[in-house]
Design a protein around this ligand. Structure first.
Ligand code: IMP
Length: 422
């Protein structure tokens, strides 16, 4: 029995979709534990490309059951859109996709508030406008609407009315706009949609417990990445959930003593979407090269991702915070063609050299990268399937990263089969 967590080790977009798809072939149950439709997991199977925002990527594996845990903020619009795509592709979801009754629901006003709030704040986060922050805000403020609440119409009506009243007051005082949100409109719009959702609702903590009792394998699927974690990330330029492995227990109702291992999904270089510090960011031709060759465009927002060299401080930090036991190293093929490859090994901050990452944006913004340089390679490695056949300099690069944690999987392209098990 294996109970593992797959977590993004940088700022998200590490290629978790593909790795989770691979790992889920050995898992009986795949569970998402945080985030919402801000995630964009891209999985390529043969000539088909799936981008999933809400439904766990594990659903693409026909033998695997998937579940959305209570720690997720549930976007019913995205969920229904993805259900339609999956069902049209012949992927059945009945009795193999479940939703926790205790997940909070992202309502239309959360998305509007996300947009409005971002407009007025000085230090813009660059959110995905999927209503993530406002939905988690309601959860913490104890006025959120959970999936279980939408199943009880009387209760739902009373909470929704009260919420809309409160949102309208806030909107009016902040933006001078009266009666921004209408109960009738929102209620009418969501009723039909909720009827589709009803049959997927089941206690996810109990499902996990059943699988554990039967010694079955479980994979917890992280969204975003370690440095976007609300506690351990580059605050305030983070998302509003615990993206790190610690989020699994609170976000699904599994006990920490049941988890055996954590696989960190780490890109062979670094990217970031949205604002915030990024010490090894490149503004030169190499940055452009990585961006173009790596097709570095956000799966959810279509925004170009900022690109930079691999940062060993981030890697070490991520291994420590998540308890990463092995790595899936992705997109290493993208580095091919560079003469030299730099790796960030320290941050110059005033007259000091920092060797440990610290989640303090205003310090990181003043840091300069300190690099070590490795030899590059010219070969196209995307067709190699055997570790021993990789060029020597690729192995040296992987060996360098292994100083931080052992590499279990090397991904050399977006397809399922472009993977090397080390
Ligand atoms: P939010 O999660 O939409 O509130 O956005 C907060 C920050 O997290 C922004 O910088 C987003 O660009 C970033 N972000 C959110 N989801 C993802 C993701 O799946 N990949 C990469 N960045 C993300």
């Amino acid at each position: 029995m294996s109970v593992r967590i797959a977590v993004g080790a940088q700022w998200g977009d590490e290629g978790k979709g593909k790795i989770i798809d691979l790992l889920s072939s050995g898992a009986d149950l795949v569970v998402r534990y945080q985030g919402g439709a801000n995630a964009g997991h891209t999985v390529k199977i043969n000539d088909k490309k799936f981008i999933l925002h809400m439904i766990p990527s594990g659903v693409l594996n026909k033998k695997t059951v998937s579940a959305i845990g209570n720690g997720v903020v549930f976007d019913y619009e995205s969920f229904i859109n993805e259900l339609t795509v999956l069902n049209n592709e012949g992927i059945d979801t009945e009795e193999r996709l479940f939703l926790s009754p205790y997940a909070h629901v992202v309502m239309p006003y959360h998305k509007e508030i996300d947009r409005a709030f971002e407009k007025v704040r000085k230090n813009k986060i660059g959110t995905t406008f999927k209503g993530i922050g406002p939905a988690y805000q309601d959860k913490i403020s104890r006025c959120g609407i959970r999936v279980v609440d939408i199943l009880d119409d009387d209760y739902f009506v009373s909470v929704l009315k009260n919420n809309i009243e409160m949102k309208n007051l806030t909107f009016e005082s902040m933006y001078g706009e009266k009666n921004k949100f209408s109960f009738d409109e929102i209620y009418k719009d969501c009723l039909d949609k909720f009827s589709i959702i009803r049959k997927y609702v089941k206690d996810v903590s109990l499902i996990i417990d059943e699988y554990l009792k039967q010694n079955k394998s479980i994979l917890f699927e992280g969204a975003q990445g370690t440095l976007l974690d609300i506690d351990h990330g580059t605050y305030p330029y983070v998302t509003s959930s615990n993206t790190t492995s610690g989020g699994v227990c609170t976000g699904t109702g599994v006990s920490p003593t049941k988890i055996n291992s954590v696989i960190g999904v780490m890109k062979a270089y670094t990217t970031r979407v949205g604002n915030g510090p990024f010490v090894s960011e490149l503004f030169d031709d190499t940055g452009k090269y990585l961006s173009e060759k790596g097709h570095e465009v956000g799966a959810t927002t279509g925004r170009p991702r900022r690109c930079g060299y691999f940062d060993a401080l981030i890697a070490r930090y991520s291994v420590r915070i998540n308890g990463i036991s092995s790595l899936a190293l992705t997109k290493i093929d993208v580095l091919g063609g560079l003469d030299k490859i730099k790796v960030c090994v320290g941050y110059k901050y005033n007259d000091q050299i920092l060797r440990e990452f610290l989640p303090v944006s205003n310090v990181l913004e003043k840091c300069e990268p300190v690099y070590e340089e490795l030899e590059g390679w010219k070969e196209d490695i995307s067709e190699i399937r055997n570790y021993n056949e990789l060029p020597e300099n690729v192995k040296k690069y992987i060996g360098y990263i292994e100083k931080v944690s052992p590499v279990e999987i090397v991904s050399v392209g977006p397809e399922r089969n472009q993977s090397i098990y080390k």
